[in-house]
Design a protein around this ligand. Structure first.
Ligand SMILES: Nc1ncnc2c1ncn2[C@@H]1O[C@H](COP(=O)(O)OP(=O)(O)O)[C@@H](O)[C@H]1O
Ligand SMILES: [Mg+2]
Length: 277
């Protein structure tokens, strides 16, 4: 069977048209595909590769629906290694493929065929709102089952901490907290920052990227700063931080004041209390 391109389709929303080449670049996040990786044009994907779009059950009907998104989102090529589509990561609800678009490499996040819901509408809305608050990889577009976004080349915070210098740790934790605050101010709760293991990545700089808005929601009482602080104080992370920053006690009274007011003053007080301001 051949996979002819679908005619221009209205099943996807392209937030940033790929024919705009002088727009903001997201290539600083691009990963250079390693040796052994080659690129296969979407029209030339074999049936065996296309069916990999349906994970983990390899259902060809579902793969065909995802392929519609792929065309509508303007994905040109997939990275392939040893006969497999290259995965940037796997979650409980999604798999993330490395793809090429006219604007450069991108991450295609596709709902797994065994996810409770295979539609991405709500996630796309919250992810786009997070972007407007300056948080998260740039969302380039969304289809029925998939989201197209910038590639994040980073290391989960807890794995990055042991090797990092004191100054870098201070900078990264501070930036992570500022992004949590930006989400708080935008009325978005990320939903998974108390278990931030896979969702707060440190990139070159150090810069920080918060990913995965699959569990995020709009709420008048977001608790990102509080959740992320809870993560920093968790058994796995706190000892690593204490080693770099010295003792780390959070004044719960200050935190409650911040949660109540979301004021800059209260946020600064929280930062000061852990030696970050
Ligand atoms: N934009 C991205 N760039 C690079 N890797 C990503 C990107 N988004 C997700 N990943 C990888 O894929 C994994 C699963 O993605 P995630 O959004 O967390 O899916 P799920 O909602 O299923 O948890 C992440 O833990 C990460 O390793
Ligand atoms: Mg996840």
């Amino acid at each position: 069977m051949s996979w002819a391109p679908h005619p221009a389709s209205n099943t996807a929303t392209l937030l940033i048209p790929h024919n705009v080449t002088d727009g903001p670049k997201f290539c600083h996040e691009c990963r250079t595909a390693g040796k052994g990786v080659h690129w296969v044009r979407v029209e030339e994907l074999s049936e065996g590769l296309v069916v990999q779009l349906s994970y983990p059950r390899r259902i060809s009907e579902y793969a065909a629906e995802v392929l519609r998104d792929v065309y509508a989102l303007g994905v040109g090529e997939f990275a392939v290694e040893r006969g497999q589509l290259v995965l940037l990561g796997k979650g409980f609800r999604n798999v993330v493929f490395l793809v090429e678009t006219e604007r450069g490499q991108a991450a295609l996040k596709v709902r797994r065929d065994d996810a409770p819901s295979t539609s991405v509408g709500r996630e796309a809305t919250v992810h786009a709102a997070a972007n407007r608050a300056g948080v998260g990889p740039l969302l380039l577009g969304s289809g029925e089952h998939s989201l197209l976004m910038g590639v994040v080349v980073g290391t989960p915070l807890h794995r990055w901490l042991p090797e990092a210098s004191r100054d870098d740790v201070r900078a990264a934790v501070r930036k992570a907290l500022m992004q949590c605050r930006a989400l708080d101010l935008a009325g978005i709760d990320h939903g998974e920052l108390a278990r931030a293991h896979k969702h707060v990545l440190v990139t070159e700089g150090p810069e920080v990227k918060i990913i995965d808005f699959g569990a995020a929601r709009f709420t008048p009482r977001p608790g990102n700063v509080a959740s992320f602080l809870r993560y920093l104080l968790s058994r796995e992370v706190k000892p690593l931080l204490v080693e770099k920053l010295g003792n780390l006690e959070i004044d719960l009274h200050l935190l409650r004041e911040y949660k109540r007011t979301l004021s800059e003053e209260a946020f600064r007080a929280v930062l000061r209390s852990i030696g970050l301001a």
